[in-house]
Design a protein around this ligand. Structure first.
Ligand SMILES: C[S@@+](CC[C@H](N)C(=O)[O-])C[C@H]1O[C@@H](n2cnc3c(N)ncnc32)[C@H](O)[C@@H]1O
Length: 256
């Protein structure tokens, strides 16, 4: 096994202590966070009952209930993260969110939700077998016709990114130690086996990653460090999502 559940819990205990209720918790690149929220919001509508799986410190859930009059259940298996989420004082919300500790591997909801979201959570499970259990539980939680908005990391984007970097003699970016990225074809086949149809995908970070992870390091004068808070990233993060150059993207499924 590449990593253990205990290591994951330790990682998010540290993240909780370091970032509190901030948007940089679990993702230090704040432009990625902003683009993630915009992309998720494009798939929500007022009046929906929504589940967010692996909500971390609840930052995204707070933003979503400010944007939509949705009834949102958000859970995470890190008690440290949920303690922070439950202390949020959310003002000017159109919708309602409740935060709870739960494990997606034990999720026991049946036909309750119009939309289930996950944001870099199922990639944290320790094996494909566990990931399949999580996908099955998510599908069970959906109403017939409900959608799963899967914002997770896929190999296609990382491979394309590394191929582009290789052409410019930049070293490969590895899959991070605490993640098991998804094989797109295998994931779609599994979701179809579970009674879902593939809807579409949105490689919303592709332009930004091509700029910030390929062009920026190639352009940077020798010896100068590339950081995600570079001013050039203001431009790259505004690029349209051409190609498939970021592991993280949204893949959507609908329960039949
Ligand atoms: C990369 S973080 C993302 C958190 C949040 N979605 C965000 O955008 O900040 C992954 C989250 O998944 C949670 N997680 C990992 N395994 C889980 C499980 N089995 N059930 C529920 N949550 C889990 C972790 O505790 C962590 O908060």
């Amino acid at each position: 096994m590449k990593f253990t559940t205990e290591q994951i819990l330790d990682l998010y205990r540290e993240q909780a202590a370091k970032h509190g209720d901030g948007g940089t918790s679990t993702i230090q690149d704040i432009r990625t966070r902003v683009l993630e929220i915009e992309a998720l919001a494009a798939h929500l509508s007022d009046g929906e009952k929504v589940l967010e799986v692996g909500c971390g410190n609840g930052f995204v859930a707070e933003e979503l209930v400010k944007l939509f009059s949705i009834d949102l259940d958000a859970f995470d298996f890190s008690p440290d993260m949920i303690e922070i989420a439950q202390k949020r004082k959310i003002e000017n919300a159109k919708g309602h969110v409740s935060y709870a500790v739960n494990d997606v591997l034990k999720l026991d909801a049946d036909g309750l939700y119009d939309t289930v979201l996950s944001e870099r959570c199922i990639q944290n499970l320790v094996s494909w077998d566990d990931q399949k259990v999580a996908l099955e539980n998510i599908v069970r939680a959906l109403k017939p016709g409900g959608q799963y908005v899967m914002l997770e990391s896929f190999w296609t984007g990382l491979n394309n990114l590394n191929e582009a970097r290789g052409e410019l003699d930049l070293e490969e970016i590895p899959e991070s130690w605490h993640n098991l990225f998804f094989d797109e074809d295998k994931t779609i086949a599994e979701m179809e086996r579970l009674g879902c149809s593939y809807v579409d995908q949105n490689p919303f970070l592709s332009g930004y990653y091509f700029g910030s992870r390929v062009l920026l390091p190639a352009l940077m004068p020798k010896g100068k460090k590339v950081t995600s808070n570079s001013r050039l990233n203001d431009y790259f993060s505004a690029l349209p999502p051409a190609g498939d150059f970021c592991p993280m993207k949204i893949v959507r499924f609908r329960k039949n």
